[in-house]
Design a protein. Structure first.
Length: 167
């Protein structure tokens, strides 16, 4: 009788562990920037662009492409807020810098059709933000006189928060 009771308890415990393990397989966990860190990233990026004489907009999106922060300097063009957002969205959704995407999607290249994806913008200035090998956000900058300069501002912003992202 004791042997059967112990076996039954072991079976119940085993099944409980199986159900927990099975439930964990049905869920996904991930990290993304806190709002405070996203704000710091955007602000530092904007500040760096200002120091270089550029009036820009900066957008930060979460790892899914949802907008977290969008700021525009007072003299940046009206189009820059949307452009910055689309650059950030493109970077996270294609897991690449938009500068690189602009090269890969030129007319005649095998991936040129990606340019027709709604919201995608293949212009320099969008970067992914990574921590521990995972994408945690995207940043887009628009308004400097060239996508390479937008991207440089974004890189400075990312470098300013990288210590907070190591987990």
């Amino acid at each position: 009788m004791l042997k059967k009771t112990i076996s039954a308890i072991a079976l119940i415990i085993g099944l409980a562990g199986f159900n927990k393990a099975h439930a964990d397989e049905g869920l996904v966990s991930f990290k993304q920037l806190s709002l405070d860190t996203a704000l710091e990233l955007a602000h530092t990026t904007l500040k760096n662009c200002r120091e270089n004489g550029y009036q820009v907009a900066v957008a930060v999106v979460d790892r899914m492409g949802n907008l977290q922060v969008n700021i525009r300097d007072q003299l940046a063009g009206a189009h820059t807020t949307e452009t910055a957002y689309r650059k950030a969205w493109t970077a996270v959704n294609f897991r690449s810098s938009t500068m690189e995407m602009s090269k890969l999607t030129k007319t005649g290249e095998s991936q040129w059709g990606i340019r027709f994806v709604d919201k995608a913008l293949m212009a320099g200035g969008g970067l992914i933000v990574e921590a521990a090998g995972s994408i945690v956000a995207g940043i887009g900058v628009s308004g400097a006189p060239g996508g390479d300069l937008d991207e440089n501002c974004a890189k400075v912003g990312i470098e300013s928060i990288i210590d907070q992202l190591e987990f």
